[in-house]
Ligand binder design. Sequence first.
Ligand SMILES: NC(=O)c1ccc[n+]([C@@H]2O[C@H](COP(=O)([O-])OP(=O)(O)OC[C@H]3O[C@@H](n4cnc5c(N)ncnc54)[C@H](OP(=O)(O)O)[C@@H]3O)[C@@H](O)[C@H]2O)c1
Length: 334
Amino acid sequence: MSDTFNAIQAIQNEEAVDVQLRTISKDSLSEGNVVVDVAFSTINFKDGLALEGNKGKVMRKFPMIPGIDFSGTVAESDDSNFSPGDEVILTGWGLGEFHTGGLSQVARVQGDWLVKKPKELSLLDSMAIGTAGFTAMLCLLTLEKHGVLPSSGPVLVTGSSGGVGSISVSLLSNIGYEVEALTRKPEMHAYLQELGASAVISSDQLEESGKIMASEKWAGVIDTVGGDILGRIIPSVKYWGCIASCGNTAGIKFSSNVLPFILRGISLSGVESAYCPIQMRTHAWDRLSKDLPQNSLQQITQKVHMGEVFEVASKILAGNIRGRTVVDVNKTAT
Ligand SMILES: NC(=O)c1ccc[n+]([C@@H]2O[C@H](COP(=O)([O-])OP(=O)(O)OC[C@H]3O[C@@H](n4cnc5c(N)ncnc54)[C@H](OP(=O)(O)O)[C@@H]3O)[C@@H](O)[C@H]2O)c1
């Protein structure tokens, strides 16, 4: 790699945050003890916010490089756990928010944040999974921890055509769960059924807002949307069921009541992926390498180059992206 390289860089001007593809040097990277030649990054909802001029103020320091995850090959290391040539994955740890991120040909990070790529996955596969797939696995581990197994009954996935949703549907169905997929988009029905959903529903089929209790439907829920939809799901969770809550695309507030919790013993369990401990990360990636059907990653993923990331950002914020978008950071045109 030459002294200069391509990165999407955000600079804070007086009036706005200017985010552009620029040629930069390592001086613009945050501090760290491992340098990685990045192969792929991805566009997650949070990256969409950053790329669209720092909506939601997700980037906290400037100049910043967006990109909350990447896969790549170690180029230089002062960390005894990593050597040049090691293939690694990084998700979270404030990347693209406080620490320069993955939408760059080179990243400099803390070795403590890196996971060695499982041999069953390629660098491309690991970013097809990325933060979204890692979060889907943390949600599955949460359901399992609460005793929700394939024999417990159907599991509902909300925001199912999105990144976390698509991988959740594929993952759960591959290991024997009966999966119901909730989507706002009728045109996604065939896609979700191909990923393994046994039923695809719309929010019209949920209980009305304010319902106290309803008949039992789902043993587990992976909820990526939050808001009013979450409130309307809670009355229908089965006895001792669990909702793994990881997202808020439909809003941050919901209203509910205690009866489903104290009469059915249900749980609402939060999932946080960015700062989760390294042992859990290694376990989650190991499970992903075994439990996720590899062929589904192709169905779920589109690949773009660095010149296309802004267009993808607008679409993801409008809720118009299907599955996952991987960015080949070493290409700026097709
Ligand atoms: N807790 C964590 O550590 C963590 C990690 C990763 C992601 N997240 C969060 O999880 C959520 C999903 O992430 P993602 O990467 O999967 O995003 P995504 O690819 O944009 O998918 C989100 C999906 O939510 C649905 N949706 C979007 N806007 C909506 C609205 N206004 N009302 C109802 N549904 C809406 C859409 O699915 P349909 O069109 O199919 O309905 C969309 O595809 C985001 O809130 C993200 O910030 C959290």
